[in-house]
Design a binder for this molecule. Structure first.
Ligand SMILES: Nc1ncnc2c1ncn2[C@@H]1O[C@H](COP(=O)(O)OP(=O)(O)OP(=O)(O)O)[C@@H](O)[C@H]1O
Ligand SMILES: [Mg+2]
Ligand SMILES: [Zn+2]
Length: 502
């Protein structure tokens, strides 16, 4: 019988469902057809496979070749099946001893000369392969990704002939095993490099502890960007699972995953000219956008009012749900997007409002227009607003020892997070309305204080919940069981923009 089967994997979001490639050689006019609803890319693979076989000096069988990619209803794109298809043809035509194997999974695109080219989205595929207990034959150029998966057995190969020699037993490829590296924090900038700005650093610490979103408001050059870039360095180290999820997202993105970024909290700062698709993802096949590349890390939107309002609107939903669904004609992809939002803006169009040395001539109307470019519903979803004023000259040279290092702050943040996880299983930012009632309950005196503040400031119900969550985080940083007056007052002070806009 002239049938051969090899195992591969497709890509749906960051899932990698199994695909079986069956190659059948029949009698009839020589032809090659691929069934299983393949898209254009799979049809192209027919030409690549033919050229690769011929230039590697194999015989291209003059038979009626039928290739079935099963199951038929999975989206299949990309050249990742080339290698398995080529092996299937060789096996079915007796040029390879092995007819089928459950021991291996195969991934790789072929060049016309039989060279094995790297593929996108290797990490999710490799992860599933390990779970299935199989050995992965993969492009040598993807070995850096495979190496990260603890316990994965893999065989990197450069050329089709190498894989055949291995499967025929004439020249085995050296078997490798993945070991998750610990990851280094060496290149992350330190918080102590930011002089002064104690108020903003305090807010950054609270934001880190509770996973809260943060808006920094201040004139140019006061350290807003410096502060934002230091947030990843004060967040707790990534767990293995978080690291794997964020690496898998990078792996299926257009940029691909860089192994040196393993276990580094993502920091993404898309430019304000970024499109909605660049921000939330899209395309065909759907690729993750900036919010998913920032999963388990930080999304920094500098010059927030410069972003297109419609682009910002698309952020609202993933900010609440932590995922984004991208729908296309043929299929849907869901990508996780649990990012921490940090945004920065100037206080007015010229940037110098409130700066004693600056010369702001912006009219009240211009300032109002600038600020209302941010929609109320988006502002509502930002937990904390903080002013970053110009640094007084006497602080320009203040010694760095005065300021806590990222390491010290990270320990406080980690301890506060541990309290949250023990209490509710999640960071305070992610508490739903019912959970806020339960976990952020106020004593009578504090409840009255908050009511008065809300009435005075005209706060929305959503802002009310945000204040409670931030207050809970402040109490967690202090190791306090109940939310006390100080905690609540500090949380209220982080709603500056509501006040000005109302
Ligand atoms: N608080 C600070 N401590 C130390 N250096 C600072 C501080 N603020 C500003 N600087 C210096 O000024 C430079 C600009 O800071 P940064 O880019 O963070 O300002 P910014 O507030 O983001 O300004 P912009 O509104 O123009 O984006 C920094 O690279 C740093 O050299
Ligand atoms: Mg900046
Ligand atoms: Zn101005």
């Amino acid at each position: 019988m002239s049938l051969a089967t090899f195992l591969c994997r497709a890509q749906c979001g960051i899932e990698a469902p199994q695909v079986t490639i069956e190659v059948h050689l029949g009698s009839g006019l020589p032809s090659l057809s691929i069934v299983g609803l393949p898209e254009a890319a799979v049809r192209e693979s027919r030409e690549r496979v033919r050229a690769a076989l011929l230039s590697s000096r194999y015989e291209f069988p003059a038979r009626r070749i039928t290739i079935n990619l099963a199951p038929a209803d999975l989206p299949k794109q990309g050249g990742r099946y080339d290698l398995a298809i080529a092996l299937g043809i060789l096996a079915a035509s007796g040029q390879l001893r092995l007819r089928q194997t459950q021991a291996y999974e195969v991934a790789g695109e072929l060049g016309l000369d039989g060279e094995i080219r790297p593929i996108r989205g290797l990490l999710p595929l490799a992860l599933h392969c390990r779970r299935a207990g199989r050995t992965l034959i993969l492009p040598a150029a993807n070995r850096g990704e495979a190496a990260l998966i603890e316990g994965l057995s893999y065989l990197p190969a450069r050329h089709l002939t190498e894989v055949c020699a291995h499967l025929n037993g004439s020249q085995p490829l050296p078997l490798q095993t993945g070991h998750a590296p610990s990851g280094d924090r060496a290149s992350v900038p330190d918080l102590c490099e930011v002089r002064g700005q104690h108020h903003a650093k305090r807010a950054l610490t609270i934001a880190a502890a509770g996973g809260h979103s943060l808006l920094l408001i201040g004139p140019p050059g006061t350290g807003k960007t410096m502060l934002a870039t230091r947030l990843p360095g004060i967040l707790p180290p990534m767990s293995e699972e978080e690291a794997m999820e964020s690496a898998a997202l990078a792996s299926v993105s257009r940029q691909g995953f860089r192994p040196e970024h393993w276990r580094r909290r993502p920091f993404r700062s898309p430019h304000h000219t970024a499109s909605a698709v660049a921000l939330v993802g899209g395309g065909n096949p759907p690729a993750p956008g900036e919010i998913s590349l920032a999963h388990h890390g930080v999304l920094f939107l500098d010059e927030l009012p410069e972003f297109d309002r419609r682009v910002l609107e698309v952020l609202r939903e993933p900010l609440e749900s932590g995922t984004i669904t991208i729908s296309r004609a043929h299929h849907q992809a869901e990508f996780p997007a649990r990012f921490q939002l940090v945004a920065a803006m100037n206080p007015c169009p010229c940037g110098h409002l409130g700066d004693p040395t600056g010369q702001c001539r912006c009219t009240a109307e211009q300032i109002q227009r600038y600020r209302t470019r941010l929609s109320g519903p988006l502002l509502d979803r930002i937990d904390m607003h903080v002013e970053v004023p110009p640094l007084p000259p006497e602080q320009w040279r203040s010694p760095q020892q005065e300021s806590a290092t990222s390491e010290t702050v990270r320990r406080q943040v980690t301890a506060a997070r541990a309290r949250q996880l023990a209490r509710s299983g999640k960071t305070n930012h992610r508490l739903g309305a019912a959970e806020v009632e339960r976990h952020c309950a106020l004593q009578a005196q504090q409840a009255r204080l908050l009511e008065t503040a809300c009435r005075r400031l005209g706060l929305s119900a959503r802002a009310y919940h945000r204040i409670l969550k931030v207050a809970r985080t402040i109490a967690d940083l202090a190791g306090a069981e109940h939310i006390e007056t100080d905690h609540l007052q500090e949380a209220i002070s982080y709603r500056r923009l509501d006040r000005r806009l109302s």
